[in-house]
Each structure stands twice: as C-alpha cells, then as structure tokens.
Design a protein around this ligand. Structure first.
Ligand SMILES: Cc1cc2nc3c(=O)[nH]c(=O)nc-3n(C[C@H](O)[C@H](O)[C@H](O)COP(=O)(O)OP(=O)(O)OC[C@H]3O[C@@H](n4cnc5c(N)ncnc54)[C@H](O)[C@@H]3O)c2cc1C
Ligand code: FES
Length: 269
C-alpha cells in the first residue's frame, strides 16, 4: 500500500454522471492488479472526512484510470476535478481477481471466461480484460445498464478490441433485459470457463447463481461502505462462508474480490 498525495490528473472524460480520470502514479501503477482499489480523498479540506473506495479501472505506462458514477457528495466533488489538478490516493488495496480461475478447464476446451459488469461495475473489469489479454486467456465482456446512458464505455471498449456484448433493462441498446439474463444466454450458447462479476449486490447474487447452475467457478467484486480501506475500522464487513464455516470478514482485506460460492447473501454490512 502506497500513499500518493499528489497524483496528477492527466486526462478526463465525462458522460452524464459517469467520469473517467487518468492519474499519474507510477509507484502504484507498477504494483496494481485487476480487482484492487484505491482510497481517494475527494477534497483537500476536512469534508468529506473519509476517502472513497474506487476500483482501478485500467493501467497505462505509469498511470492509472478510475471510472466512477456520481453517487453522492464525494463522487460529485471528484467529478469537478480537471486535468492538471492532483488527487491524494492510497493503494493498491485489497485482493483482486484470480486470472487463473477456471484456467485448467479453459486449456481443455478453449472456452473463454466471462466478465459481467453492471453499470459502474464495469470499472474493475476493464483492467481484468487487459491483463487476461496479455496472459493469452480469452475473455467475453458483458456490459449492462438500466438504459443506454448507463453503458457509456461501450464504444470505447469496442474500439479497444474488447467487443462487449451490451444489455439494457429498457431495451434502448443491445439485449433487452438484465445483464445476468444475457450471461445466462451467453453460457447456454457457448461453453465458458469462469465468471467474473462486479455490480450491485442483487446482480452479483444472480451472477453467482447462474455460474453455479452452469457448474462454473465465479469471482465477485463486492461493494461495501468503507472507512479506511486497509483493515483498521471494521466498517466494511460482509458475511462469508469459508471451509463450511460462516464468519464476518473485512471486505477491504479479504476482498473486494471473493469467490461467488462463499458469499452469504442478504447479510452485507
Ligand atoms: C472496493 C470498492 C470499489 C468501488 N469501485 C467503484 C468504482 O470503480 N466506480 C464507482 O462508481 N463506484 C465504486 N465504488 C462505490 C463508491 O465507493 C461509492 O459510490 C462512493 O464511495 C460513494 O461516495 P459519495 O460520497 O459520492 O456518496 P455518499 O454520499 O457517501 O453516498 C451516496 C449513496 O451511495 C451509497 N454508497 C456509498 N458508498 C457505497 C459503497 N461503497 N457501496 C455501495 N453504495 C454506496 C450510499 O448508501 C448512498 O445511497 C466502489 C466501492 C467499493 C467498496
Ligand atoms: S474499510 Fe476499514 S476495515 Fe475495511
């Protein structure tokens, strides 16, 4: 875990409530892994007091991208930042995705892994897709939102060669329905080797169920309210079942990425 009190913003894009910022931070970028996150100070003064957790969206040469949706006070302040300003960031934090999940099966069948992002949940999956590409593991990217405005990265991802399959609940773009229904039909149409997912909790629960029904391993990036991001405050606990025993674990340390089969649903923080 490293502190960079002055990570320079070198690029910004905005689509409605969604914002992408590129930050210069070579030390953190060098050691970051897909699924890990940053704790970001959203304003220089005492308010808001707590840093906000944001996934590492992608990594460049000495840089990191974050991609977020304005949800409240902290993200609204972040959305006002402009290039050449700096951000105080702490990271990389937490346990990320296992790039080898289902890899043994994939070697036999050449079946791709599937990554499912709901709305802002696409954030950590782009870094995952980039690292899977480097590792030579095929990955199918599914990207869903309530409506067209909730999948603002679709063209950017297509241009980067990830060919996302998109869904909207209202049918305004792509498959009409939930992204987990798209997952179900994608798995029914062609074999898959593993499922990775990030998004709201009901979506994660559905993704884990679809994966389990298809006999596939899954990993989910959980969202919990976080005070510190590194194990000191117990603000982020979620109930998990490991080796047959249930316990409260700190999402910032044991996660945010956890095995889909381990989550006890309806018992978040
Ligand atoms: C490990 C991790 C990675 C995350 N990565 C991203 C990301 O890449 N992009 C992104 O847009 N968001 C991400 N989030 C969610 C993001 O941290 C929250 O949206 C943000 O902290 C809200 O802060 P705020 O001050 O804007 O809103 P607040 O004023 O604090 O809250 C506004 C609303 O958001 C809800 N909320 C606040 N924090 C969370 C949370 N952690 N989980 C769920 N709901 C919350 C509150 O209940 C409230 O309804 C991540 C969360 C975690 C735990
Ligand atoms: S956020 Fe403080 S212990 Fe997890």
């Amino acid at each position: 875990m490293r502190l960079n009190p002055a990570a320079k913003i070198t690029h910004k894009e905005r689509w409605g409530d969604y914002v992408l910022l590129t930050l210069e931070s070579p030390d953190i970028a060098r050691v970051a892994a897909p699924g890990q996150f940053l704790m970001v100070k959203t304003a220089p003064g005492p308010r808001p007091l707590l840093r906000r957790p944001l996934s590492i969206h992608d990594r460049g040469d000495g840089s990191l991208d974050i991609f977020f949706k304005v949800a409240g006070e902290g993200t609204a302040l972040l959305a006002q930042k402009t290039p050449a300003e700096t951000l105080d960031i702490l990271g990389p934090l937490g346990k990320g995705f296992d790039l080898e999940l289902g890899a043994r099966e994939a070697k036999k069948t050449a079946a791709p892994a599937v990554a499912v992002g709901g709305g802002r949940g696409i954030a950590p999956l782009v870094f995952l897709a980039a690292e899977m590409k480097k590792a030579g593991r095929p990955l199918k990217l599914l990207y869903g939102g309530r409506t067209l405005g909730d999948i603002p990265l679709k063209d950017r991802l297509a241009a980067a060669g990830y060919a996302p399959a998109c869904s909207t609940d209202d049918g305004s773009f792509g498959f009409r329905g939930l992204v987990t229904d798209l997952l179900k039909s994608a798995i029914a149409e062609a074999p898959a080797s593993a499922v990775y997912a990030c998004g709201p909790e009901p979506m994660l629960e559905a993704a884990a169920r679809v994966a389990a029904e298809a006999g596939l391993p899954s990993e989910l990036s959980l969202e919990a309210r976080m005070g510190c991001g590194f194990g000191a405050c117990w603000g982020c606990v979620h109930r998990l079942r490991t080796n047959g025993r249930e316990s409260w674990v700190k999402v910032c340390e044991e996660g945010p990425v956890v095995s889909g089969g381990d989550v006890v649903w309806g018992e978040g923080a």
